[in-house]
Design a protein around this ligand. Structure first.
Ligand code: XMP
Length: 602
């Protein structure tokens, strides 16, 4: 029998003694990141925290008076142009009182614009790697960083004329104003992104700003916060108990384990809903967590999904069934009684609404829609011990708690589970030969423009990302390109057939997913990528009606992603095992980056 986790539930922390700490245990942020709409603003906050300095994100327009206590401000990048109507701006008063400010990308342009400089369209865009030439200077922001170096750029607009008091410190061949400084006022700008790994000395730029310019002291290590978090949980829960709906994912499990350690196992309950849409071994994995009971609802979910092909309808049905199951659990276990409060694994990015921070944003997953749970949230009967932390920090806390690496290093897995990786079709249809390859008439989702769109898939004959990207850009009506890597029959002989989600097809997908997980784990490949969806599509022959698509991607946060190749020998092993499965005609490799494809196929 598999061992039970050493979840710290068996070892409750010390009972609360005299209060030594203020009730708000989260430190005052030393650095504030003003969110100018860029997906990188959270990455900037995370990178500052990695330096050991507590940073938080705020809406860009926040009044200067509300962030006057911060030792420094970073204005993030963003997709807008400073001249766009309604583009993000900041309170100009932040520049007036000697508080250090660093503008990154759009942040640099906005600072220049607001202080009397000019921003213009560059002759061409600059996306990706570039070489920065940084001047030698004694300025504490740039000292010791002079010389040519690799940076990462993503811009078309650039600063055309400097505001008074600023000088240029660095440039690239395309961008004459890549780093600027007004040292007397402690104002700095970088057109490049120091927060991404491709900027080789990026961390040093952030460290120089945080320590040399702002004078921050280190005050942040998520691992050291465990005793404080336990105390916070005890203060919030008081003499009541706390219950969680655990998903088996990192956040809810760490929150559950922390609460168990803070309160002792008798006062913490976890319920895991087995939807029948989970991966192989998942329910057993969760069952090993002490204090967690499993609610088997597989039959309920499968019968509600019978015959359904439309992806959004599938998601909707799964959400509705979840609500039903949870209502049942809340009622049958009397969880609305005064002696219980709700625990949730909400993490910091979940609490940020598009313009600022707001508690309301925690209502993001379907289980939070249950009326009873909403009532608990409204009357404050909720504890969210991880709400100040990023995912990496949650993992650090989990390690500190002694949770197993196999849990903490798991890839993200979507709430609707294998249902959205088991594609159906309304019609029978053959594949169609074109000049570029074969059109597979299976609808998969992509993000072109701002909205999700469904379109068929193009299969080309080689694992060539550049060609795939060029074709997607050129062809209308295709948002995803794959290449076959193994097959029992020629592609021209395969056919899409009408079918939906059945327990047989789910079992087939579950086996395929388990093979891919095992082999990529044994080879260490899973540690090199961000997520590895395995998708079942209804393309095959009468004897073998389905095919598998491999979708390994690299990503920072799932918002954008790169399709990545895997070592050839691993791919050979994976495809050979998959092809040996009952019902599988072919194995494909998804070559589509996000955008324009999404990570998942539905
Ligand atoms: P996409 O497919 O939108 O996925 O590029 C981005 C990330 O989100 C996950 N994902 C979901 N997670 N419920 C979830 O909990 C969903 O309906 C869902 N759809 C996508 C996906 O796995 C990836 O990590």
């Amino acid at each position: 029998m598999a061992p039970r986790y050493q979840i710290p539930g068996s070892r409750p922390g010390p009972r609360p003694g005299p209060r030594l700490l203020p009730s708000n245990l989260t430190p005052t942020p030393q650095i504030i990141i003003l969110d100018a709409g860029g997906q990188y603003c959270h990455l900037e906050a995370r990178k500052v925290r990695e330096l050991g300095v507590y940073a938080e994100v705020r809406a860009s327009e926040i009044p200067a008076s509300e962030i006057a206590l911060a030792k420094g401000i970073i204005i993030s990048g963003g997709p807008s142009s400073v001249y766009d109507p309604g583009s993000p701006t900041v309170d100009p008063a932040i520049f007036a009182h000697g508080q250090p400010v660093l503008g990154i990308c759009y942040g640099q342009q906005l600072m220049a614009h607001l202080l009397g400089g000019q921003v213009r369209k560059g002759e061409k865009g600059e996306y990706g790697l570039a070489t920065l030439h940084l001047d030698a200077t004694a300025d504490p922001m740039f000292a010791g960083l002079a010389g040519p170096q690799q940076i990462w750029m993503s811009h078309r607009d650039l600063v055309g004329a400097l505001p008074p008091g600023f000088s240029v410190v660095g440039r690239t061949d395309t961008c004459p104003v890549a780093a600027i400084a007004a040292p007397q006022r402690k104002l700095y700008g970088l057109q490049f992104h120091p927060e991404v790994v491709h900027t080789t000395r990026g961390k040093e730029y952030l460290a120089h700003f945080v320590f040399n310019v702002c004078g921050c002291q280190t005050d942040w290590d998520p691992r050291h916060r465990v005793p404080l978090l336990e105390q916070e949980i005890r203060e919030c829960v008081r003499n009541r108990g706390v219950f969680f709906f655990v998903s088996g994912g990192v956040d809810s499990t760490v929150a559950f384990a922390l609460s168990t350690r803070a309160l002792g196992p008798d006062r913490v309950r976890g319920v895991y809903v087995d939807t029948g849409l989970m991966r192989e071994g998942e329910t057993d994995f969760v069952r090993r967590m002490p204090g967690v009971s499993v609610e088997n609802a597989a039959a309920q979910f499968l019968s509600a999904l019978a015959g359904v092909v439309d992806p959004e309808q599938k998601r909707h049905i799964i959400g509705e069934e979840f609500v039903r199951v949870q209502e049942r659990i809340v009622e049958s276990r009397h969880l609305l009684d005064e002696q219980w409060i709700l625990g949730q694994g909400t993490i910091y990015p979940d609490t940020i609404e598009s313009g600022g921070t707001a508690k309301a944003a925690v209502i993001k997953t379907h289980h939070n829609r249950v009326a009873g749970i909403r009532k608990l949230i409204e009357c404050g009967r909720i504890v969210e011990p991880l709400k100040s932390f990023y995912k990496d920090e949650v993992r650090d806390i989990g390690r500190e708690l002694g949770l197993p690496a196999e849990l903490l290093d798991r890839h993200p897995f979507p709430g609707p589970g294998l249902a959205i990786r088991c594609l159906g079709s309304e019609f029978d249809a053959p594949v169609r030969a074109t000049a570029e390859g074969f059109i597979i008439p299976v609808n998969s989702v992509g993000v072109q423009g701002d909205s999700r769109s469904y379109a068929p898939v193009l299969a080309i004959d080689s694992l060539d990302h550049a060609r795939a990207t060029a074709l997607i850009n050129r062809l209308t009506g295709v948002n995803r390109v794959v290449a076959p890597v193994a097959a029992h029959a020629p592609l021209a002989g395969l056919q899409v057939r009408a079918c939906s989600l059945t327990s047989r097809r789910l079992a087939r997908l579950r086996c395929a997913d388990a093979i891919v997980r095992r082999l990529s784990h044994e080879s260490g490949y899973d540690r090199r990528i961000w997520q590895f969806p395995v998708v079942l599509i209804p393309l095959g022959t009468a004897a073998a009606p389905d095919s598998i698509v491999l979708r390994p991607v690299d990503s920072i946060d799932g918002m954008t992603a790169q399709s990545v190749l895997m070592p050839a020998d691993l791919l050979d092993r994976i495809s050979a095992e998959l092809l040996a499965l009952e019902g599988i005609a072919a194995v494909f490799y998804d070559l589509t980056h996000k955008p324009p494809g999404t990570i998942e196929w539905e």
